[in-house]
Write a new protein. Structure first.
Lengths: 389, 398
C-alpha cells in the first residue's frame, strides 16, 4: 500500500510539475489579460481564472472543448504538488524546520486564494444622506424577486437567482402557488415600446409592462462602465390545474414590481440586482468629498454612518474613509465612490478567508527566519570552531 | 505534522462541497423601516440572513441605460402602486391618459401639426442613473454622450418637490425623426430616496422651446397629493368648470375653467376662489402670514370702459396715488403674453396698498384682472399673479 502511495506521490511531488504549473500560470495570466480587450474583466476572470478549463466552441455553436487548463485547475495541481512534496519529503529535523514552515505558509496562501475565489462576495451599498439600508446590491448577478404582499408587517420574498432563470426551465417553490417558466432569458437586451418608430411590432409578454414593450437580444457589454440590461420573459403556470396565468417581461430596467393576483393572494414580481441582506443596518449621516484647492482632483472621501445592530447591542457612529474600512460581522465596507448628489457608494466585501494572506505571510516569514537563523548559527559555530583550532 | 496539509486540503474540499449553489431563497422583509431579514436557511449557515448569497462577481460599473422611464411609465400597466400627485399644468396643455407609472401626461399642439409631449414619471433610482438617463436622452436625439463634468456645465439646477433636480435642454434630431414631433428635449431628474423622478418634454424644437418656461414652472407645481386628496394626478385643462358662484373652497393647484367657461386658468398655489361678487366674473384671494390679504378681481365689460388712461387713474386713486397725464401713461404700461393673447400690465404702489392690474380686449369686451391688497403681500405674490395671467386662455373665439 505504501509503495502504491509512494508511486503516486513521486510524480505528483515532482519539481518539474511545479515548474510546469508556474509556466502554465504565466501563460494563463497573459492570455486572461489580453482577453480583456474583447470581453469585460468579469467575464475574463470567470473564463480564465475561475474555471477548471478554458473552453473553445466551434463557431459559437453548442460543441465545446477544453483547450487549456483554467485557473482553478492550475491552482489545484500546484496545491496538490506542494502537499505531495511536503508529505514525501517531510522529516522532522531542526535543519529542515524552516523549509517545512515556508512550504506550509505557501500552502495556506494557495488554499486561501482558492477559498477567496470561491467564497468571497463583493457588492455595493448606495446610501443617500439620511437613508438607512440593511442590504447591499450585487453589480452583476440578478434575481427574480417574487414578493407576496401581505397585510402583516413583513412581505415574503422568494428570490430566484438569475442563474436559475438563465437555464430557461421551469421553477417552482413551496411558497409559490404557481410555477415560473422561463420563456426567454436575455443577458443583455434592448427594450423598446411597441409601435415606436423603428421599434418592435410584437410585445414581449401578455401581461404587465411587457404587453407594450418589445425585446431584442443584444451582445453583452465588454466595457466595465456599462451594465447589461438583463431581461427575461416568464410565464406563470398555476399549481391548480396547470392553467397559464400569462407571460410577463421582467428586466433590471423595470425593477419596480409588476403586480398580479393568484388565488386571491397579491404578488409582485421584479428582476433586480441580487440583494444581500444584513442582520444590521447602516445609515448615512454625512458624506464628505474633499478636492485639492482649485481643482476637481479628489483628495479624499469619507462617510460618517450609524451602525445599528439590536441583536448585538450596537449603535455607534463610524467614519469610513479611504484605507479605513469598517469591518463588522464578516463584512468589510470600503469607501468606494460617490454620486453627484452627495450620496455615498460603499463597496461591501464578504471574504471568509481574508486573513489567509496575513497568516501565510507570517508563517513564510517565520520559516525563512528559522532557516536563515539555523544556517547562521551553524556558520558561526563552524567559524568559531575553526578559530579554536 | 505530516497530516496537517492533508487536513487543510480536506477542509478546503469540504468547503467546496458545501459551497452555495444558485438556489432559490425565501425570506421576509419588513415593509417599512429596514429590518434584519429572517432567512429561512439554517442558523448554522454562514450566510444566514443574507438571502441569495453566493460567490459574487467583481463590481460592474455604472449606468443603467435603456428604456426610458417615460416609456416604462407608458407601458407600466400592472406595476406596483405609486404615490398620488397633484400638479398645476398650464391650461393649454392637453391631458393624456395616464398609466400607473406615467403619473402625469400632457401634450401641446402647435401650428402646422407641431406637437410636444410632456410627462412626469417615477422609477426606482439606479446607481449612477442621472448621467445615464441624460445620455440616453441625448442618444434619442442623436447627440453624443456627456461625462460628469460636461453634465455639470450643460445642466441647470432647479427646485422640485422631490428635492434638487437637474434640468437639461437637448437639441437634435435623428435622421428618422419627424421634425414636427421631435427635435428638442427638455428634461429634469430629481432623486428622492430610492426613486428618481423624471420630468420630460420632447417634441417639435420650436414648440418645445416656447413651452420651456411653462414646463419649468410646472415642475415646481408637481408634488405629492396632500393626505385625503383624491386625484391621482393633475386635473388638467378640460377639468370640471368651477363656477364663480361656488362657495370658496381651498383650491388645489389646477387649471380650471371658470364662469361660463369663457376662460381657463391655473390657480396659483395658496390662492383660493372666493364667493361670487356683483359685477365680477370671478374673485380669487390670498392671505399672508400676518393676516394681510390680497384679492384678484376678474371682470369684463363691453367696450373700453372709458379707455386705458381713465381706468389706470381710477385704480391709482383707489390706492391713494395721483392721476397721471396721458403722456405719462405709456412708460407705466408693460406687455405680457399669455399664449396668443397680449395683456397690458400696470403696477402701482401706494402708501400701504399696491395694485397690479392686467387687461386685454377679447371680442367686444375688455377683460380686467386687478390684483390689489397689502403692499407687502402683493409684492410677494406678484410672480404668481404674472404666472396666473400667463395661464389665462380664452376658450371662445373673438
Amino acid at each position: 500500500m505504501k509503495t502504491i502511495l509512494r508511486r503516486l506521490l513521486v510524480p505528483l511531488a515532482s519539481l518539474r510539475l511545479t515548474v510546469v504549473c508556474l509556466a502554465t500560470a504565466l501563460v494563463l495570466v497573459l492570455a486572461g489579460t489580453l482577453a480583456q480587450v474583447n470581453i469585460n474583466p468579469v467575464e475574463a476572470q470567470q473564463q480564465y481564472f475561475q474555471s477548471w478549463f478554458i473552453w473553445w466552441s466551434a463557431g459559437g455553436g453548442g460543441f465545446k472543448m477544453p483547450v487549456f487548463p483554467g485557473g482553478h485547475f492550475v491552482g489545484a495541481v500546484l496545491l496538490l504538488n506542494l502537499i505531495a512534496a511536503h508529505i514525501q519529503r517531510f522529516s522532522w529535523s531542526w535543519s529542515k524546520a524552516g523549509i517545512q514552515l515556508t512550504h506550509l505558509g505557501l500552502i495556506v496562501m494557495l488554499a486561501g486564494g482558492l477559498a477567496t475565489d470561491l467564497f468571497s462576495v463583493s457588492s455595493h451599498m448606495y446610501l443617500r444622506q439620511g437613508e438607512t439600508k440593511n442590504y447591499s446590491d450585487d453589480d452583476i448577478r440578478t434575481e427574480l424577486a417574487v414578493t407576496e404582499q401581505t397585510s402583516g408587517a413583513t412581505n415574503r420574498v422568494i428570490a430566484i437567482p438569475g442563474e436559475v432563470l438563465s437555464a430557461c426551465g421551469s421553477t417552482s417553490h413551496e411558497a409559490l402557488p404557481f410555477k415560473v417558466v422561463v420563456k426567454g432569458f436575455y443577458p443583455n437586451a434592448d427594450l423598446q415600446m411597441v409601435g415606436q418608430e423603428n421599434g418592435p411590432s410584437v410585445p414581449a409578454a401578455s401581461n404587465g409592462a411587457g404587453a407594450q414593450i418589445g425585446i431584442k437580444a443584444l451582445p453583452t457589454f465588454s466595457e466595465m462602465n456599462k451594465r447589461n440590461k438583463t431581461s427575461a420573459v416568464v410565464e406563470l403556470i398555476s399549481n391548480k390545474g396547470g392553467k397559464s396565468l400569462g407571460t410577463w417581461l421582467v428586466s433590471v430596467e423595470i425593477d419596480q414590481g409588476q403586480d398580479f393576483e393568484v388565488d386571491g393572494r397579491h404578488w409582485s414580481m421584479a428582476l433586480r440586482f441580487a440583494r444581500y441582506y444584513k442582520d444590521y443596518s447602516l445609515s448615512l449621516i454625512s458624506f464628505t468629498h474633499e478636492t485639492y484647492p482649485g481643482t476637481d482632483i479628489a483628495k479624499g472621501f469619507s462617510s460618517i454612518i450609524t451602525l445599528a445592530d439590536a441583536k448585538h447591542n450596537e449603535n455607534r457612529q463610524v467614519k469610513i474613509h479611504m484605507n479605513h474600512p469598517l469591518r463588522y460581522l464578516g463584512d468589510t465596507y470600503y469607501q468606494s465612490g460617490y454620486q453627484s448628489d452627495n450620496s455615498t457608494i460603499l463597496q461591501v466585501v464578504r471574504n471568509p478567508s481574508y486573513q489567509a494572506p496575513y497568516i501565510s505571510c507570517v508563517i513564510v516569514s517565520l520559516g525563512l527566519l528559522m532557516q536563515f537563523t539555523y544556517h547562521l548559527v551553524g556558520f558561526a559555530r563552524r567559524a568559531n570552531a575553526a578559530k579554536a583550532l | 505534522m505530516k497530516l496537517l496539509p492533508l487536513c487543510l486540503s480536506l477542509c478546503l474540499v469540504s468547503a467546496i462541497a458545501c459551497k452555495h449553489k444558485s438556489e432559490i431563497k425565501s425570506y421576509d422583509v419588513a415593509k417599512d423601516a429596514p429590518a434584519a431579514a429572517s432567512e429561512t436557511a439554517s442558523p448554522a449557515d454562514p450566510h444566514a440572513g443574507m438571502p441569495g448569497m453566493t460567490p459574487g462577481a467583481p463590481v460592474g460599473g455604472d449606468p443603467h441605460a435603456g428604456l426610458s422611464a417615460e416609456q416604462l411609465a407608458a407601458a407600466g400597466a400592472g406595476l406596483s402602486a405609486t404615490p398620488e400627485f397633484v400638479d398645476s399644468a398650464p391650461a393649454h396643455w392637453k391631458k393624456q391618459a395616464l398609466s400607473p407609472m406615467r403619473l402625469a401626461s400632457y401634450h401641446v399642439e402647435g401650428d402646422g401639426g407641431a406637437m410636444t409631449d410632456i410627462s412626469f414619471s417615477i422609477l426606482r433610482r439606479a446607481p449612477g442613473s442621472t448621467l445615464a438617463n441624460v445620455n440616453r436622452w441625448r442618444d434619442q436625439l442623436g447627440q453624443p454622450p456627456l461625462d460628469e463634468a460636461a453634465l455639470k456645465t450643460q445642466s441647470q439646477a432647479i427646485k422640485s418637490s422631490f428635492g434638487d433636480a437637474i434640468a437639461v435642454d437637448i437639441e437634435g434630431i435623428t435622421p428618422a425623426g419627424d421634425p414636427l414631433k421631435d427635435g428638442r428635449l427638455i428634461g429634469a431628474i430629481a432623486d428622492e430616496g430610492d426613486n428618481a423622478w423624471f420630468f420630460k418634454m420632447r417634441g417639435n424644437a420650436a414648440l418645445t422651446a416656447t413651452e420651456k418656461a411653462n414646463f419649468l414652472k410646472w415642475i415646481e407645481t408637481v408634488k405629492p397629493a396632500p393626505p385625503g386628496a383624491a386625484a391621482p394626478a393633475a386635473p388638467a385643462a378640460p377639468a370640471t368648470p368651477a363656477t364663480p358662484a361656488a362657495p370658496a373652497a381651498p383650491a388645489a393647484p389646477a387649471a380650471v375653467a371658470a364662469g361660463d367657461g369663457s376662460l381657463t386658468w391655473t390657480v396659483p398655489d395658496g390662492w383660493v376662489l372666493a364667493p361670487a361678487a356683483a359685477a365680477r366674473y370671478a374673485t380669487l384671494s390670498v392671505a399672508g402670514a400676518d393676516g394681510a390679504k390680497a384679492e384678484l378681481a376678474i371682470s369684463h365689460f363691453p367696450g373700453d370702459v372709458g379707455g386705458d388712461l381713465a381706468n389706470v387713474n381710477r385704480w391709482r386713486q383707489q390706492i391713494g396715488l395721483a392721476a397721471v397725464e396721458a403722456a405719462a401713461l405709456p412708460p407705466l404700461v408693460t406687455k405680457l403674453s399669455a399664449g396668443t393673447v397680449s395683456f397690458s400690465l400696470i403696477d402701482a404702489t401706494g402708501a400701504e396698498a399696491r395694485l397690479v392690474a392686467a387687461w386685454t380686449r377679447h371680442g367686444a369686451d375688455t377683460w380686467f384682472f386687478k390684483f390689489s391688497g397689502s403692499a407687502a403681500l402683493v409684492a410677494a405674490e406678484k410672480a404668481k399673479f404674472t404666472a396666473f395671467i400667463e395661464s389665462v386662455r380664452f376658450t371662445k373665439p373673438e
